[in-house]
Design a protein around this ligand. Structure first.
Ligand code: ADP
Ligand code: MG
Ligand code: MG
Length: 915
C-alpha cells in the first residue's frame, strides 16, 4: 500500500469515541479492530491507502459497552461527538442530511471485531424523508430510483429499528404488484412506488403506533441504537457461543455515505474473494448483480452472476477491482473477502476482511502464499485455524459407488465434503431429529441467520437459491459443513414438507446425499470413504499421489519448528498407536490398560480375577492375563518406535467389567424357569452376589484408581511385570524403550509411595530374571484437587506428572461428567458458564489448580516432566493455556494430533487465530 498505516493506538488523551474516514485519510487503521470492529478498521485502512471508499465515521465498540452499561442510553457528550462527525461527513460528501437539492444518504452498519455474517443489522438509504426523496429525484433525474430507495429504507428501518415483521411490508408490495399487473419489483414505476411508500408509512403507523420519523438525525440515532441492540439478539448470541466470541467486546457502528448500485444498468453490486474459499485455488472468485443494492447479493433472494462476467459488462471497473483486491491481498497477506458497489461505472470499495474458508482451503492457501513468497512459514502457521484441520479428515464418497447413483440435480459447490442423511426442512426439525440420533440434511430455499442451530447439527446444507457468497455458503464453509447452494431445480414446499425435483417428490425423512466439492445431489443414501489424508496415513494411498496430503504435512512440519510443547497421543492399542504416530505424535501420554481387558476372550479371565475370593485364585487369573497384557504393551511400544509411552495401571471400578445387575437377574429368572439345577445357575448366582457386593453409590468416587492397586497389589504386580517384560524383550531386539508407569487418582504421597514400592520391587525382579537393566519412570496422574495442592510432596516420589483434566474438572466443579448434560445447556444459555468445561479447560478454576500443581511439583523436583492427558489436550484454547503454564507436552486423541501440533505452534508464537 502506498501509505503505511500507524502501528499502534494513540495514547489515550481525552476520550475519543468516533473515528472519521474520508478523502484518503482516516483516524483509524488496521490495528484497531478491537475499537473499530473488523469492518471499521478495514474501511479506515482502505481509506488511508487511497482506495475509493465512500466517506463516513465509525462509532467505537466502547460506545456499545457504554450503551449497555447506561441501560441503553447514550451520554450527551457522545451524542455531541456524533453530531460533529455528521457535520464533517456532510462537508466531505458535499451533501446534507435531509436536503431537498442534494440530500446525503448514509448506511448504518454493524461491525464487531470478529465477523458474524448476517447476525447483526445494517440499514441502508438512511436520511430519506418526504422532502429529501424529492431532492434525490431531482439530483439523479430518476424518480423511480428515488422512490425505490425510499421504500427500501422504510422497509428496512421499519423491520430493524421498529421491529415490524417483514411480512407486513411484503404484503403491501405484493398487493401493489398485483394491482399493477407487475411480475417483479423492477416492473413497478415511480407512481406505483410512490403509492407503496404511502402504504409502507401506513404499516409503520399501524404496527409501531407512530409516524415514520422524518428527521434524519432522529433516524440516525434510532438506527445506531438498533445496531447496538442487535449485538444481543438471540442468533448473534448463539453464533458467539458456537465460535467462542465473548459478549463483552461489543459491536461498532459504521455510518457511511451511500453509493448506489441500483441506479440502472451501468451500476451493480457484488462480493468476492481473492481466492476460492472452498478449495483454496488461486482464482478470482465472487458474484455480482446488475442494478441492485448490497443486501440483494448476500440475502440469496436473486441468484447472482459469477464475477468473471463483470469483465464483459464493465471491463474498466472489473480491471480496477482486480487491481485493488490483489493489492489488498498483498497488503493483508491473506485472502480477502470484499464488498463493492459500482455506481454509474464508478467503483467503490465497501468492505475488506480476511476471508472465511474451509479447512481444506486454509491449508492450500497458506502453502500457496508461502510458495508465492507473500508470507513466511511462520505466518502460514498462524494463518490456519487449528480446529478446521479436522475437516481434512472427514470422509468423502466411495467413488465407485457414487458414480453408479444417477445425479438428480446440481447446485453450486459451496463447501466441500460428503453428506448423506434424511431430509428436514426446518432448523427446528434438524435439531430435534439429530437429538434422536438421526443424521439429517437441512434443505432450505435459502438459509437465514436464525437457522444457525439447525445448520450446526446437520450433516449438510442444501439450498435452492443463493450464490456462493450467500448466507448458507459462508456459514457452511466456516463450519466445515458440506454445503450446496443455488440448486435451482428444487421446488421446495415447506408447508407440505417435501420438495419436487422434476417428476420426483422427496419427502421429509427421505434419504439424499450430495458432494459439496462437485455440487452433485443424489436421491439415495450413499456410503462414504476415508479422506485422502487418512488413506495416506494408513498406507492405502502413496503420499506423492495426494496434493492435499503433501500440503498438510508441510504445514505441520513447519508447525513443529515453532512449538515448544511435545505432542503425544492417548492410545490404548497398537493400531491406535500406529495411527497416532503417523499423525506425528511422538509418544503416548495415556495408555489405559483396562481397555485391553475388553479385548477378545479376555473378559472371562478378568471376571475370574474379580470373582476370586482369595489371593491365590486371583493370582491364577492374573497369571493368565500377564502374557496378553505383555503382548499389548509390546505392540504399543513398537508402534511408537522408541518414543515414550505412559502406561496407566488399572483405574476403573471393577464392576465395570461385570455384567449389569438387572441383566443378571433377568438371566437367572430365565434359567430358573428352565429347571432348577441348570449348571449355569450356580455360576450366575455367584456373579450376582459379587456384583451386589461391588455395587457403589458413587463409583467415580469409589473403589478405583490407586485404591484398587493398594487393596489388590497383585494387579499392580502383574501389570508392572508385563510392562517391564515387554520393554526387556524390545530392548533385546534393539529398540530402546523407556516405559513410564503411571499410578492414577493419587491424592496423597503415601498412596504413591505404597505403589512405588510394589512397582520397583517387581521391576527389579523382572529385570534380574531377564538379566538386563532398563530405564523406567514412575509417576502419577494429577486429577484430584488434593493431588495438585500437595504436589510438592507427591513430586518427591513421582518422576512425572500427567494432569488428568477430565477427572480434575469433574472434581473441581463437583459436576459428574455423566450427568452434566442435564443442566449444562441451561448454564450456557444463562451465561453461568460460557463454555463446556469438559471440552475447553476452565482457566479460572481448574486452570488455577493445574497451575498450582505445576508450580508446587517443580518446587521439589526441578526436572519433573509434566503433561496433560485429558480431552483438553486436543483443544486449541486449552493448549494455549497448557503452554503458558510451562507443561512439557499435551496428549490428544490420535485424530486430534494434527490439531494439537498446529495449536501448540500457535501457542508458542503467542498468537491466536483471528486476533
Ligand atoms: P454485513 O456485515 O451483514 O455484510 P454490511 O454493513 O456490510 O452488512 O452491509 C450490508 C450490505 O449493504 C452490503 O452488501 C454492503 O455492501 C451494502 N452497503 C453497506 N453500506 C453501503 C453504502 N454506504 N453504500 C452502498 N452499499 C452499502
Ligand atoms: Mg447485514
Ligand atoms: Mg458486509
Amino acid at each position: 500500500m502506498a501509505r503505511r498505516a500507524m502501528k499502534t493506538h494513540k495514547p489515550k488523551k481525552a476520550a475519543k469515541y468516533v473515528y472519521f474516514f474520508a478523502n484518503g485519510k482516516a483516524d483509524g487503521n488496521r490495528n484497531m479492530k478491537d475499537l473499530l470492529g473488523g469492518k471499521g478498521s478495514g474501511l479506515a485502512e482502505m481509506t488511508n491507502a487511497g482506495l475509493p471508499v465512500p466517506p463516513g465515521f465509525t462509532i467505537s465498540t466502547e460506545v456499545c459497552t457504554i450503551y449497555y452499561k447506561e441501560k441503553t442510553k447514550i451520554p450527551p457528550g457522545i451524542d455531541r461527538e456524533i453530531d460533529e462527525h455528521v457535520k464533517k461527513l456532510e462537508k466531505a460528501a458535499g451533501a446534507a442530511l435531509g436536503s431537498t437539492d442534494n440530500p446525503l444518504l448514509v448506511s448504518v452498519r454493524s461491525g464487531a471485531k470478529f465477523s458474524m455474517p448476517g447476525m447483526m443489522d445494517t440499514i441502508l438509504n438512511l436520511g430519506l424523508n418526504d422532502k429529501a426523496v424529492e431532492g434525490l429525484k431531482s439530483r439523479t433525474e430518476n424518480g423511480r430510483f428515488a422512490y425505490d430507495s425510499y421504500r427500501r429504507f422504510i422497509q428496512m428501518f421499519g423491520n430493524v429499528v421498529l421491529e415490524i415483521p417483514k411480512d407486513a411490508f411484503e404484503h403491501e408490495l405484493d398487493a401493489i404488484k398485483k394491482s399493477r399487473g407487475a411480475k417483479v419489483d423492477t416492473d413497478l414505476d415511480e407512481f406505483a412506488l410512490r403509492e407503496l411508500v404511502e402504504r409502507y408509512k401506513g404499516v409503520v403507523k399501524r404496527k409501531a403506533g407512530r409516524d415514520f420519523p422524518q428527521n434524519p438525525i432522529d433516524q440516525l440515532k434510532m438506527a445506531r441504537d438498533a445496531v447496538f441492540r442487535s449485538w444481543m439478539n438471540p442468533r448473534a448470541q448463539e453464533y458467539r457461543r458456537i465460535y467462542d466470541i465473548p459478549d463483552y467486546i461489543g459491536t461498532a457502528v459504521n455510518v457511511q455515505m451511500m453509493v448506489f448500485g441500483n441506479t440502472g444498468n451501468r451500476s451493480g453490486t457484488g462480493v468476492g474473494f481473492t481466492r476460492n474459499p472452498a478449495t483454496g485455488r488461486k482464482e478470482f472468485f465472487g458474484e455480482f448483480l446488475i442494478n441492485a443494492q448490497g443486501e440483494d447479493v448476500v440475502a440469496g433472494i436473486r441468484t447472482p452472476q459469477p464475477i468473471a462476467e463483470l469483465q464483459q459488462v464493465m471491463p474498466k471497473a472489473y480491471k480496477q477491482l482486480r487491481d485493488i483486491t490483489t493489492r489488498l491481498e498483498r497488503h493483508y497477506k491473506d485472502v480477502q473477502d470484499f464488498e463493492f458497489t459500482i455506481q454509474d461505472e464508478r467503483l467503490f470499495m465497501l468492505q475488506t476482511r480476511s476471508g472465511k474458508r474451509t479447512g481444506h482451503a486454509a491449508v492450500v492457501i497458506a502453502t500457496d502464499l508461502v510458495s508465492e513468497k507473500l508470507i513466511t512459514p511462520k505466518e502460514a502457521v498462524l494463518l490456519i485455524d487449528p480446529g478446521s484441520l479436522g475437516q481434512l479428515l472427514t470422509p468423502g464418497f466411495d467413488a465407485e459407488e457414487w458414480t453408479k447413483i444417477p445425479v438428480a440435480t446440481k447446485g453450486l459447490p459451496a463447501s466441500p465434503g460428503a453428506a448423506s442423511g434424511q431430509v428436514v426442512f426446518t432448523a427446528e426439525h434438524a435439531v430435534e431429529w439429530s437429538q434422536q440420533g438421526k443424521q439429517v440434511i437441512l434443505v432450505r430455499r435459502e438459509t437465514v441467520p436464525d437457522d444457525i442451530h439447525g445448520m450446526f447439527v446437520a450433516q449438510g446444507i442444501l439450498t435452492a437459491t443463493g450464490g456462493m457468497t450467500s448466507h448458507a455458503a459462508v456459514v457452511g464453509r466456516q463450519m466445515g459443513k458440506p454445503s450446496i447452494v443455488g440448486a435451482g431445480a428444487l421446488e421446495i414446499d415447506e408447508g407440505k414438507r417435501q420438495f419436487r425435483l422434476g417428476s420426483q417428490v422427496v419427502k421429509e425423512g427421505d434419504y439424499i446425499s450430495f458432494d459439496g466439492l462437485t455440487g452433485e445431489v443424489k436421491l439415495a443414501r450413499a456410503k462414504s470413504k476415508p479422506s485422502e489424508i487418512l488413506q495416506v496415513l494408513d498406507g492405502t494411498l502413496e503420499a506423492w499421489e495426494s496434493d492435499i496430503y503433501k500440503r498438510f504435512d508441510k504445514v505441520l512440519t513447519w508447525a513443529d519448528k515453532f512449538r515448544r510443547l511435545g505432542i503425544r497421543a492417548n492410545a490404548d492399542l497398537p493400531d491406535q498407536a500406529a495411527i497416532a504416530y503417523a499423525f506425528g505424535a511422538r509418544g503416548i501420554g495415556l495408555c489405559r490398560t483396562e481397555h485391553m481387558f475388553f479385548g477378545e476372550g479376555r473378559i472371562p479371565i478378568v471376571q475370574r480375577m474379580i470373582l476370586a475370593d482369595n489371593e491365590a485364585d486371583r493370582r491364577k487369573a492374573l497369571d493368565e492375563l500377564l502374557p496378553l497384557q505383555r503382548e499389548d504393551f509390546y505392540g504399543v511400544f513398537k508402534a511408537m518406535k522408541g518414543s515414550p509411552v505412559t502406561i496407566r495401571t488399572i483405574d476403573p471400578p471393577l464392576h465395570e467389567f461385570l455384567p449389569k445387575r438387572e441383566e443378571l437377574m433377568v438371566e437367572i429368572a430365565r434359567l430358573e424357569m428352565d429347571g432348577k439345577d441348570h449348571p449355569e445357575l450356580v455360576e450366575k448366582r455367584r456373579l450376582l452376589q459379587r456384583v451386589e457386593q461391588l455395587h457403589e453409590f458413587n463409583p467415580m468416587l469409589g473403589h478405583r484408581g490407586v485404591r484398587l492397586g493398594i487393596t489388590y497389589p497383585e494387579i499392580t504386580e502383574m501389570q508392572t511385570r508385563a510392562i517391564i517384560e515387554a520393554a526387556c524383550q524390545l530392548n533385546r531386539e534393539g529398540l530402546k524403550v523407556v516405559p513410564e508407569i503411571m499410578i492414577p487418582l493419587v491424592g496423597s504421597v503415601k498412596e504413591l509411595k505404597d505403589q512405588r514400592v510394589v512397582v520397583d520391587r517387581v521391576a527389579a525382579d523382572t529385570m534380574k530374571a531377564h538379566g538386563m537393566t532398563i530405564k523406567y519412570l514412575v509417576g502419577t496422574m494429577i486429577e484430584l484437587p488434593r493431588g495438585a495442592m500437595t504436589a510438592d510432596q507427591i513430586a518427591q516420589e513421582a518422576e512425572f506428572f500427567s494432569f488428568g483434566t477430565n477427572d480434575l474438572t469433574q472434581l473441581t466443579f463437583g459436576f459428574s461428567r455423566d450427568d452434566v448434560g442435564k443442566f449444562l445447556k441451561v448454564y450456557q444459555d444463562r451465561k453461568i458458564l460460557e463454555k463446556d468445561p469438559f471440552v475447553s479447560i476452565d482457566v479460572e478454576g481448574v486452570g488455577a489448580i493445574v497451575r498450582i500443581g505445576v508450580e508446587r511439583g517443580r518446587s521439589t523436583r526441578k526436572d519433573l516432566k509434566i503433561g496433560v492427558c485429558g480431552e483438553h489436550g486436543g483443544d486449541p484454547a486449552s493448549i494455549h493455556f497448557f503452554n503458558s503454564v510451562g507443561m512439557d507436552y499435551v496428549s490428544a486423541s490420535p485424530y486430534r494430533v494434527a490439531v494439537a501440533r498446529l495449536a501448540a505452534a500457535q501457542a508458542a508464537l503467542q498468537t491466536r487465530v483471528g486476533d
